[in-house]
Design a protein around this ligand. Structure first.
Ligand code: MG
Length: 229
């Protein structure tokens, strides 16, 4: 396999989204006068994840999801909040945190000489662009494809069609997607007909019927896989 084009997921692949999210949700809890605990942060993350999975399946609109996650979460504490406004505050705090995953800059530094790198990320365009710029990731990528700008999202084949159409001399068989999410990155890659690499640092089991082409536990394992004969 001679890959030329690498599509990188961003959150929890190159940037530590959990750390940024913890920072942002902690701020909201503090604002609401609720004590910050690991359980509460995990509770928010679980609510958020379920909603994003519904979004990936096309069951809920993004604009609804962004506010509903806070309305649902704070309802657990008997608080009625303006979800949209809370989302704006949350995203402002999210932008402050640019936490790199271990080895991500080193990986991109080594691959930029040999491969064309693109970012493929579900999320809010302004937030993702800002986080990539602040974290120092942006210069490594030829283009950044944020779902909001495309009108679709991973794992929808339409999202990948949009991306493929904007990569010069694109070839499916020369393209690999790397990401931590089975439901968006790996499923997306399989549906789009390209090879995929599941970044699985916690060695989670795969409950889905789809299989990634490769699986790695750390980012530093990727070059060996790309350069093997
Ligand atoms: Mg991810």
């Amino acid at each position: 396999m001679n890959y030329k084009t690498l599509l990188f997921d961003i959150d929890d692949t190159l940037l530590d989204f959990k750390a940024a999210e913890t920072h942002a949700i902690s701020h909201l809890l503090e604002e609401m006068g609720i004590a910050i605990t690991e359980e509460r942060i995990a509770q928010y993350a679980a609510i958020n994840q379920v909603l994003w999975e519904q979004f990936e399946k096309g069951l809920i609109q993004r604009e609804v999801l962004l506010g509903k996650r806070f309305e649902d979460f704070f309802a657990l504490y008997g608080k009625k909040v303006d979800g949209q406004e809370m989302d704006r505050t949350f995203r402002a705090r999210l932008e402050e945190g640019n936490y790199l995953m271990e080895g991500s800059l080193e990986l991109l530094e080594s691959l930029k000489q040999t491969h064309d790198l693109y970012a493929v990320t579900n999320g809010v365009s302004k937030t993702q662009q800002r986080r990539m710029a602040d974290s120092g990731l942006r210069p490594y990528f030829k283009k950044v494809f944020v779902s909001e700008d495309t009108g679709y999202q991973k794992p929808m084949p339409e999202y990948f069609d949009y991306v493929f159409a904007r990569i010069a001399s694109f070839q499916k068989e020369e393209t690999l997607i790397i990401g931590d999410s089975l439901t968006s990155d790996i499923t997306g890659g399989v549906l789009a007909g390209i090879d995929s690499c599941w970044f699985n640092p916690l060695k989670k089991p795969n409950p889905l019927s789809i299989q990634p082409t490769y699986e790695i536990e750390q980012l530093a394992d990727l070059p060996a896989l790309l350069f093997q004969a």
